[in-house]
Design a protein around this ligand. Structure first.
Ligand SMILES: [Zn+2]
Length: 269
């Protein structure tokens, strides 16, 4: 993949204002090898200082880390700054092979890590992710918070990524958000954690089996075999491992927890 000189045009499709930062088409740590994912960040810059006070840092880097740090900046006003067309140092080490520096695009949104997000900035954030998904043929599930693909990072703060991705998906598909009753049902479902022991664990087992994600080796050692395995109410290590591999197959964070994001494909709603 060459330098991504189409990024400014993609950004303009959001309808939000775009600033092409001088030299962006040749800026990068070499060309961008591929685009498999999108990583959302906050700058942790100053609380004030205008629309995008972190521009200099994101473009030029900081002591110990050369710029560019991300392809895009996102100002408080919803203005999109196109900073680099090549590879950027925005996520290393990555827990996801689709979200490392060679495989993903970075967006650094101006926020000091505590202040509330202006609605117009959030709107632009979702729209930019949606247009990038369209451009590179990615599902909304490939849009991740930095904190979801790097265990030592907190950003972007306070954004519910399940809701964020649902909004991106709706924009990509040009369709309204999922029916509210479906969302309500999903909110009512319990979160199943490693070590839990209750009847909802049996539902997880039954769904995993129905979706073809329980290999015979999983119940080979269990008394009564598959029937005994399906009856167990314990969320043991073996089940957690199967949940993780199911999450990986669905492009979800493989945290081993069965929450709303994981229930949805398990129940096929
Ligand atoms: Zn970050």
């Amino acid at each position: 993949m060459p330098y991504l000189t189409q990024l400014a045009d993609v950004a303009r499709r959001t309808g939000h204002p775009v600033t092409e930062v001088s030299g962006w088409k040749r800026r990068g740590h070499g060309p961008q090898p591929e685009v498999q994912g999108i990583v959302c960040h906050h700058t942790a810059g100053p609380a004030g200082g205008g629309d995008y006070p972190s521009l200099g840092v994101v473009r030029d880097g900081r002591p110990g880390l050369d710029g560019p740090l991300s392809h895009f900046g996102l100002g408080r006003s919803g203005r999109i700054y196109v900073i680099a067309a090549g590879r950027c140092w925005h996520n290393a080490p990555s827990t996801s092979p689709r979200h490392d520096n060679s495989s993903s695009l970075g967006i650094e949104a101006e926020n000091n890590g505590r202040q509330p997000w202006p609605q117009v900035q959030l709107d632009a954030y979702r729209s930019l992710c949606a247009e990038l998904c369209r451009e590179f043929g990615l599902p909304a599930a490939r849009v991740r918070a930095h904190r979801e693909v790097n265990t030592s990072k907190p950003d972007p703060h306070s954004i519910d990524m399940t809701e964020f991705r649902a909004a991106v998906a709706a924009l990509v598909n040009g369709a309204p958000a999922p029916d509210s009753w479906t969302e309500e049902i999903m909110k009512e479902l319990p979160v199943i954690r490693p070590g839990d022991d209750n009847f909802d664990v049996k539902t997880v087992r039954g769904c995993l089996f129905a979706r073809g994600h329980v290999p015979p080796t999983a119940y080979a050692e269990v008394e009564e075999g598959l029937a005994g395995w399906l009856e167990s109410t314990r969320c043991d290590d073996g089940l957690v491992a199967l949940v993780r591999s199911f999450q990986q197959a669905k492009g979800l964070p493989d945290d081993g927890l069965v929450g709303p994001q994981t229930w949805a494909p398990l129940l096929r709603v």
